[in-house]
Design a binder for this molecule. Sequence first.
Ligand code: FE2
Length: 140
Amino acid sequence: MRIRWSSDLETGVRAIDRQHEELIGMLNELDAAHAGGCPQSVLDDVLQRLGTYVIFHFGTEEALMAGLPHNEAHARQHRQEHAAFIDKLTGLRAQAVDNGRQTMETLIDYLNEWLYQHILKSDRELAALLNRKQAARPLP
Ligand SMILES: [Fe+2]
């Protein structure tokens, strides 16, 4: 499957949604470059940017989590998912150096599937916690 940005993926937390849209744009760019037969160096360049952006994005979410009291279980699980994703991405990128096309397909499939599932479950859960905290704030 190929992920496309749509309102179905919105979490309701603007900073997270904007970054997801950017991330999905990069995934689409990678997919188009791969489908268009671009050389490995072009794919590596997109992957490099994507990898950097993912780290920035996870940092944003984890900083937001840190401001949520009494949600250690969510934060622990969510951070583990991020770390596992970075490990997998790093491993597949290393493999792609030797075994370009096949690994790239596996990698693109993995990125699309993971991001879709992660947004719908863990990021939405985080957004619900953040929105609940916001709603609980006393009016000024
Ligand atoms: Fe996340």
